[in-house]
Design a protein around this ligand. Structure first.
Ligand SMILES: *Cc1c(COP(=O)(O)O)cnc(C)c1O
Length: 371
């Protein structure tokens, strides 16, 4: 048996031709850029996430850049980001000309550690005013927005949520999208809600920020495309990708439920052999990844590979140790948790169409290696 991390073919079968038909309709009407499906999708996403404004864009990295630029983040400012995430979180900050400041994460949820954030904010770097905090909902679970939101509020620093992995998740009954001033997401094919290429979006309840975002994604347009009032970007979601996403959104709730069933099953059977992921009080995850911890991680990865089971290591190097980011400031107490997590984490196959027999195979191969 071979078990893969992702099965987009099974999803396409589930949708029974709906995606091909949706693409064909776009090819027929020919409005490939900012066509009607883009606005239709934005309305549906807003309804889904319970926010008033959704501005789609070209990818999840641009979404963070657009959010930061809408807030006025630029050179000579500091933006706080977790050290244990995909590089795009810090890359977006640097692309704005700002300085990413790395904050440690919590060992059980993998998300930003509020105490580390607090210490980083307390230090105040000379001539580098704090301009934003970017949290990441790693592997699909919302960060601790209750605590981090309070810190951001007390300091008067805007909070941006990088929800590239968590669109569809919730915290305390509130959907991802409404947990921060601005929330960004990605529709990269491997994300829980993915299109057939690159795509992204920014969500907010702030109409003024949404107005700036809509201008920024279209070359900084004012009243029209040739009235440029700011330096913007070319960052739009292709109409074809919007059409694909409208169809996939129809089964998204059922897919998240399937991911949760599988995650629960993994946790029940694996908790003796590895450290299974913790879901915080009141949190719901999209399980973008099912990530366990083991001090025998490398041996396990090798064993699974030999057995035909795919696995992945997100992330093998914390951002502050990557060449492109190793000169940026870090939280005063260091980033010890991010460092040891990168040696211990391994993500197992989990997608909505994973069959029980496949999951049993993964479980037995893991247990035979580690018990
Ligand atoms: C995927 C991802 C991004 C970037 O999204 P793209 O659409 O690939 O640009 C940013 N942050 C996190 C945490 C991600 O997982």
């Amino acid at each position: 048996m071979k078990v893969s991390m992702l099965d987009l073919r099974a999803q396409k079968v589930r949708l029974g031709g709906a995606i091909e038909n949706a693409i064909a309709r776009v090819v027929e009407h020919g409005a490939f850029v900012m066509g009607p499906e883009v606005y239709d999708l934005e309305m549906r996403l807003a309804q889904f996430a319970g926010v008033t404004e959704v501005v789609t864009c070209a990818n999840g990295t641009d979404a963070i850049v657009l959010a930061l630029r809408a807030l006025g983040v630029g050179p000579g400012t500091a933006v706080y980001v977790p050290a244990f995430t995909f590089a795009a979180t810090a890359e977006a900050v640097a692309l704005c000309g700002a300085t990413p400041v790395f904050v440690d994460v919590l060992p059980d949820t993998f998300n930003m550690d509020p105490a580390s954030l607090w210490r980083a904010l307390d230090r105040e770097i000379p001539d580098l005013p704090s301009r934003a905090i970017v949290t990441v909902d790693l592997f699909g679970q919302p960060a601790d927005y209750n605590t981090i939101g309070r810190i951001a509020g007390e300091r008067g620093i805007p909070l941006v949520a990088d929800a590239a992995q968590s669109f569809g998740a919730s915290l305390g009954g509130k959907k991802v999208g409404g947990l921060a001033l601005l929330t960004t997401t990605s529709f990269f094919p491997a994300k829980p809600l993915g299109c057939y290429g690159d795509g992204g979006a920014v969500m907010t309840d702030d109409t003024e920020l949404a107005r700036r975002l809509r201008s920024l994604r279209l070359h900084g347009r004012g009243t029209d495309k040739y009235d440029n009032v700011r330096v913007g970007m070319n960052s739009r979601l292709d109409t074809i990708q919007a059409a694909v996403l409208i169809e996939k959104l129809q089964v998204f709730v059922e897919e998240i439920a399937a991911r949760n069933r599988l995650a629960r099953r993994y946790s029940e059977t694996l908790r003796e052999a590895v450290t299974v992921p913790m879901v915080g009080e009141g949190a719901g995850s999209t399980w973008a990844q099912y990530t366990v911890r083991s001090t025998n991680r490398d041996r396990l990865a090798e064993h699974l590979k030999e057995a035909g089971v795919s696995s992945a290591i997100y992330y093998s190097t914390p951002l502050h140790q990557l060449r492109a980011y190793d000169s940026f400031p870090v939280s005063p107490d260091g980033l010890k948790t991010a460092e040891y997590l990168s040696d211990e984490v391994i993500s197992l196959p989990l997608h909505p169409y994973l069959e029980v027999a496949e999951q049993d195979f993964v479980i037995s191969r893991l247990l035979e290696c580690l018990s």
